[in-house]
Design a binder for this molecule. Sequence first.
Ligand code: 5GP
Ligand code: ZN
Length: 112
Amino acid sequence: MMTDCLFCKIAAGEIPSAKVYEDEEILAFRDINPQAPVHILIIPKKHVASLAEVGEEDTALLGKIQVLTRKLAEQEGVAVSGFRIVSNSGPDSGQEVGHLHYHLMGGRDLMA
Ligand code: 5GP
Ligand code: ZN
């Protein structure tokens, strides 16, 4: 755990979050400033700074996150209506929190 990392603290339960899924490796919780009716953040519990830092050893973890994305989209009722996954990586993307996370957004027309 990185002691000065916000999402490490959320993953460790030191900072509360509205959890929607948790297992040993992955946590999903609601974004505090939602940009869509469904706006969930999916993170690995292990500290990885961004997609710019993933390695071969993360293949299984990233695959699990993708399958979890599908399950959460179903649970939240947006699997059919549509959803979007975004992972900002690095300064030009506007990444604000330096711990790998995927935004799962849906519940309205994301093209509007
Ligand atoms: P980024 O810009 O790094 O891709 O996205 C960071 C996201 O984290 C933003 O959508 C922001 O609203 C969310 N966020 C920042 N701080 C917190 C927090 O303490 N709790 C929760 N649940 N979300 C947060
Ligand atoms: Zn972290």
